[in-house]
Design a protein around this ligand. Structure first.
Ligand code: GLP
Length: 231
């Protein structure tokens, strides 16, 4: 298995939350104006809550951090409860007291804003059930740009769990593989037995567009996985 993989000793989401919060807090303390690519999805929610608790307690200051949106559904009306930017606001931006956000609205504008910012320092990522990162669905090679994509049936099925009976949109915009792989460091959070096989493929299988997460091994990668997800 590649270097930088930390398997947490117990299967509790709490361990993932604490270890992830420690990892990111150290980087924010070192560089208070850190630029962070921010995944939504279930896996990082405990980590974000743990960071928010530190901000509330006055032990961490995120006011100069910039959050960069990783992915967004296409075709939603403003204020739609399924908006991933809304989820990022509720789970990360507001509770951590951020003032700066780069939304993923239009690929050209997003790419230009990131270039002006000097790129992403840290990418916080979850692992799709099919090996996707953001919504870089397989096949996505390392140069895949920020773009609109059609979601695969696996991604639609896994996203159904987020929206309590509401339909999952069929199209999305994703930050490209080029943006993710150019991050100065990446943190991949993986939880649950249903992710074990795909995590194994990402870490130990061939680098292939069929498993976009396999290209993360080209980055300064830390993986935090719970015991259930251990390949
Ligand atoms: C979703 C999102 C990703 C997320 C991944 C894992 O479809 N597009 O950004 O990281 O799949 O989600 P979860 O953490 O809920 O398993």
């Amino acid at each position: 298995m590649s270097a930088g993989v930390q398997i947490l000793p117990d299967a509790q989401a709490l361990a993932l939350a604490g270890a992830g919060a420690d990892w990111l807090a150290r980087r924010i303390e070192h560089k208070p104006d850190l630029t962070i690519l921010v995944a939504t999805g279930q896996t990082p929610m405990g980590m974000y809550a743990a960071l928010a608790a530190r901000v509330q307690a006055g032990t961490l200051d995120c006011s100069r951090v910039t959050a960069v949106q990783l992915d967004e559904y296409v075709g939603l009306e403003p204020g739609d409860p399924r908006s991933l930017s809304g989820w990022m606001e509720r789970a990360f931006v507001v509770p951590l007291g951020l003032r700066n956000v780069v939304p993923l609205d239009d690929p050209a504008t997003f790419t230009a804003r990131l270039r002006d910012l000097g790129g992403v320092d840290v990418a916080i990522l979850g692992l799709g059930p099919n090996g996707h990162l953001g919504f870089n669905e397989p096949p996505s090679g390392p140069d895949a740009p920020t773009r609109e994509v059609t979601l695969t049936p696996e991604s639609v099925a896994s996203n159904r769990g987020y929206w309590d009976g509401l339909a999952v949109p069929t199209h999305a915009i994703t930050a490209g593989m080029d943006v993710i792989l150019a991050a100065r460091e990446t943190l991949l959070l993986v939880s649950g037995a249903h992710k074990r096989a795909i995590l194994g493929a990402a870490l130990d299988g061939p680098e292939t567009p069929d498993v976009p997460a396999s290209f993360l091994r080209r980055t300064a990668l830390t993986v935090l996985a719970d015991r259930d997800a251990r390949p």
